[in-house]
Design a protein around this ligand. Structure first.
Ligand code: DQA
Length: 145
């Protein structure tokens, strides 16, 4: 099983960025946790981060032939990127949307996700566990289909 974990805009600043909201863990720490968790489950994982919508879409397209599933934290793209919604729909790869913070309990504009309807599930508000649960959800889905 080969999966992609994609982090969207501003997630490169984890650890520095609003630590009261996102915690003190850096992206490097998070990727290490993700990789170790996936390794224990016997899954190959590739982590990727970009601040650019088009680069994320290109990355999804480029990897579409050899990826079984995607876990994505689209960052703020969640709330307005119909291009990302189309990309997820277009490649037809099971995708789980994850968020570190609870997007439903924050500002009004964060409550809506335009990308979630293209995904099999959304997990929000559990910090790094959102990603790990995202992987577990994906694996369960892939094993049962
Ligand atoms: C986020 C929530 C988004 O609203 C925000 O723009 C982010 C991070 C999260 O992980 O909680 O960049 O996706």
């Amino acid at each position: 099983m080969h999966i992609l974990v994609i982090h969207g805009p501003n997630l490169n600043l984890l650890g520095e960025r609003e630590p009261d909201v996102y915690g003190k863990m850096t992206l490097e720490d998070l990727n290490l946790e993700i990789t170790q968790y996936a390794w224990q489950k016997g899954i190959q994982v590739e982590c990727y981060q970009s601040n650019h919508e088009g680069d994320i879409i290109d990355f999804i397209h480029e990897n579409r032939k050899d990826t079984d599933g995607i876990v994505i934290n689209p960052g703020a793209l969640t709330h307005y990127s119909y291009a990302l919604y189309d990309a997820i729909r277009g490649v037809n790869i099971p995708t789980v949307e994850v968020h570190l913070s609870d997007i439903r309990s924050r500002e009004e504009f964060r409550k809506k996700s335009v990308t979630a309807p293209a995904c099999i599930a959304q997990i929000s508000g559990k910090g790094k566990m959102s990603y790990l649960e995202g992987i577990a959800t994906l694996v369960k889905y892939l094993e049962s289909s």
